[in-house]
Write a protein that binds this ligand. Structure first.
Ligand SMILES: [Zn+2]
Length: 406
């Protein structure tokens, strides 16, 4: 990659090199399988601030054998509040959701009075679930020709909703061409994306996932919208999926003064160094725990676990993983071959255990209580995910194990 995919600038600097990584959702069915690995380099555009994967995996390759992840798997209590944001700004009730997944959001929007509602979703299985709810879904990948066709046949809409989608897109300009074609003048573009700002500051690698080719912060999200003349009229943050930024924007709306690009670039410039400092503390902690008779257990076997265990080479330091998603039980993490068991395995553990929490922070209180409740002997549980202060979590676990602070 020589140029930024958003602004085209060649002023692109390395941000984090994770090395060759396996695809997170392609779990092993046998411990000793080997899988294809792909280069995983994050770079920072110093001109516009966007952090992006330098060599994204071809979507054909990445989403083949896709291990579906549906909205309905995770509670999303913030949907009601997101609908209130949209209602406060919208000129009318018609809504289109791009990337409508299994229809969870459109179903709630319909209940809130939006009509007609339409979804566009390339995934066939997710579209089927949404249709089972009585929703109308176009089961295709949105591109400018499809946008022009839909606008011609149905007219434009008052609201376009794009939730947890923008971070997956390599063709950002094409996406905004579609929005321009489909949204009425004065209509609302509602976008939410994961917030990576605190993760950069913490040196948290777990937020990096091969499917998220763009990593946004509030500043870079608003700058991206502004590049296509969408000004933000409302903004919120939610404690969902490790932190989410939600904005309502309108074409031509007056934009806030641009965010502090210099501060953002400086934050990202220190990211890899902080990540390495964290790794340099994590490995000795796990080694020490095992040497002292503890089982070391990873709670959560999703993409965050995949990134951390491969990048920090934790395969030989973790006894096994537990996960609450039954589809993962009996499988093995890609790259490391760590076995995944049901979380009830913690109740069978006869050793004291050290448990690394790789579950989203909105769930970590519940999961911590669950793990502690199952422990037969001493248990130490600590989060490896920001926005928790991951270094402070390591300090606490180290102190509980009787290790002196570094
Ligand atoms: Zn750029």
């Amino acid at each position: 990659m020589t140029a930024c995919r958003l602004c085209g600038s060649g002023d692109v600097a390395p941000a984090l090199d994770l090395g060759p990584m396996p695809i997170a959702h392609r779990m092993r069915t046998r411990k000793d399988e080997t899988e294809k690995r792909y280069p995983f380099r994050e770079v920072l555009c110093r001109a516009c601030g966007l952090v992006q994967i330098a060599e994204p995996i071809d979507p054909e390759e990445l989403y083949r054998e896709f291990n579906y992840c549906f909205s309905g798997w995770k509670p999303q209590p913030h949907i009601a509040d997101e609908l209130r944001m949209i209602l406060a700004e919208t000129p009318g009730p018609s809504m289109l959701e791009i990337g409508s997944n299994d229809g969870l959001f459109l179903k709630e929007a319909r209940q809130a009075g939006f009509a007609p509602v339409l979804g566009i979703e390339p995934n066939r299985v997710a579209s089927g679930y949404a249709r089972d709810l009585g929703l109308e879904i176009v089961n295709e990948m949105l591109d400018p020709p499809l946008a022009a066709k839909l606008a011609g046949e149905r007219g434009r809409v008052d609201v376009i909703v794009v939730r947890q989608v923008l971070e997956h897109l390599t063709r950002i300009a094409d996406f905004f061409r579609c929005v321009d074609a489909l949204l009425k003048p004065g209509g609302v573009l509602f976008v939410d994306v994961p917030d990576c700002e605190r993760g950069f500051a913490a040196g948290d690698v777990t937020m990096m996932w091969e499917e998220h080719v763009n990593s946004f912060t509030e500043m870079t999200l608003e700058a991206t919208l502004g590049r296509f003349d969408y000004g933000v009229v409302r903004r919120e943050r939610y404690n969902y999926s490790g932190g989410t930024i939600a904005v309502a924007a309108k074409k031509g709306a007056l934009r806030r003064k641009d965010g502090d690009l210099g501060a953002h670039v400086a934050n990202v410039a220190g990211y890899e160094e902080r990540a390495k400092a964290y790794r340099a503390r994590l490995r000795p902690l796990l080694t020490h725990a095992r040497a002292n008779g503890h089982a070391v257990v990873l709670y959560g076997a999703g993409n965050r676990a995949n990134t951390l265990t491969n990048w920090a080479d934790l395969g030989s330091l973790i006894d096994y993983a537990v996960d609450d998603q039954p589809q993962r039980h009996g499988m093995f993490l890609p790259g490391t071959g760590i076995e995944v068991k049901p979380s009830a395995a913690l109740a069978e553990e006869t050793r004291p255990f050290l448990c690394l929490l790789a579950v989203n922070t909105e769930n970590d209180g519940v999961v911590t209580a669950k793990a502690m409740g199952m422990a037969r002997r001493a248990a130490i549980v600590f989060s490896v995910l920001s926005p928790k202060d991951i270094m402070a979590e390591l300090d606490r676990a180290s102190a509980q194990l009787g290790l002196r602070p570094a």
